[in-house]
Design a protein. Structure first.
Length: 304
């Protein structure tokens, strides 16, 4: 099947597949929601999707600062002018390549493209290895990830009910969640950290010094902006500006996808909010699993 056929076929079966007893299916050992995702599209993205040399791809584990990086890159692309981010939906400016609606947008996107994905490295387009496409990987303190993901999962209708935070913590630590284990995701992507077309940054660094990060990102992209243009990127990528921007804040997502009363895409936007949610016992357990799973990593993160 051609790419467009696969996407169209998937759209036709999307409604039939929902609701079912389990909202997820497993593809190569990784869970994905049945709505909007399919084996065919995931295989297509991995094996046939062509990354182009001028593509810029934001890669994250969910709730690690994806929207923030995507907004920042769109502002950089337009030299700090906020018109684009205020008038075009984020899903069109920077489509997700793995869900069917995103893949549709990616396939009709005239280059140079801004793309985004949560895929673990083993499912990322193989064409990356032959291209000069640039990847920006954003990681975040996994304790903040689990809290943010738990609260959002309650609102996303294509996701399983997460249960209590205590229950969800176990599910998260076992990797039995869409996009798989946080540990495997980060460790897998970090294997590419020395490639010249790979840029690693953390949510915590963005929070600490967004301007400095924008300068580093521009350097990586080979993009020269004036001081004023950088000021505008930083101003328009602030939490409040993004939260107020309906093209970015998720408020236009359909009711069938998200219950806006139960959660928010842009929630608090701070570091270490986990301290307000995890008990000391849960923290201790998390630290224990973290140490065990990350012991073979020879790099330090801001949250270590
Ligand atoms: P919280 O739930 O902790 O507030 P993603 O885009 O990967 O889904 O990540 C969402 C998280 O990033 C949310 O975290 C959201 O509030 C936060 N976020 C989004 N834009 C931000 C910004 N400009 N500044 C700080 N945090 C931001």
């Amino acid at each position: 099947m051609m790419a467009e056929d696969i996407v169209a076929h998937q759209s036709a079966v999307e409604q039939d597949r929902f609701p079912m007893s389990s909202k997820y299916f497993s593809h190569k050992g990784i869970l994905f929601p049945k709505v909007n995702y399919s084996e065919e599209n995931l295989s297509y993205v991995e094996n046939e999707f062509q990354l182009l040399d001028d593509d810029i791809v934001t890669v994250t584990y969910p709730r690690s600062g994806t929207h923030w990086m995507v907004e920042t890159l769109a502002l950089i692309r337009r030299d700090g002018d906020p018109t684009w981010v205020r008038t075009a939906d984020l899903s069109e400016r920077s489509p997700w390549i793995e869900p069917s609606p995103g893949l549709r947008n990616a396939l009709k996107y005239p280059p140079p493209r801004l793309l985004v994905t949560h895929l673990p490295v083993q499912l990322f387009p193989k064409s990356f290895l032959r291209s000069k496409a640039k990847v920006i990987y954003v990681a975040r303190n996994p304790k903040d990830v689990v809290v943010s993901l738990y609260l959002l999962t309650k609102a996303i209708k294509i996701m399983e009910d997460p249960g209590t935070l205590e229950e969800y913590l176990e599910t998260f630590l076992s990797g039995n969640v869409p996009y798989g284990s946080w540990f495997d995701h980060v460790k897998g992507w970090m294997k590419l950290k020395d490639r010249p077309n790979f840029f690693f940054i953390t949510y915590e660094e963005l929070k600490q010094d967004l301007r400095g990060c924008v300068e580093r990102i521009c350097h990586f992209l080979g993009k020269e902006l004036t001081g004023q243009q950088i000021d505008s990127v930083v101003e328009n990528a602030s939490f409040q500006k993004m939260k107020d921007n309906k093209m970015t804040n998720g408020s236009l997502l359909p009711d069938s996808f998200m219950d806006q009363k139960k959660g928010q895409m842009l929630r608090k936007g701070i570091c270490e909010d986990w301290k307000n949610h995890l008990t000391p016992k849960q923290e201790e357990h998390f630290n224990h699993v973290y140490r065990e799973k990350m012991q073979d990593m020879n790099m330090a993160f801001p949250w270590d």
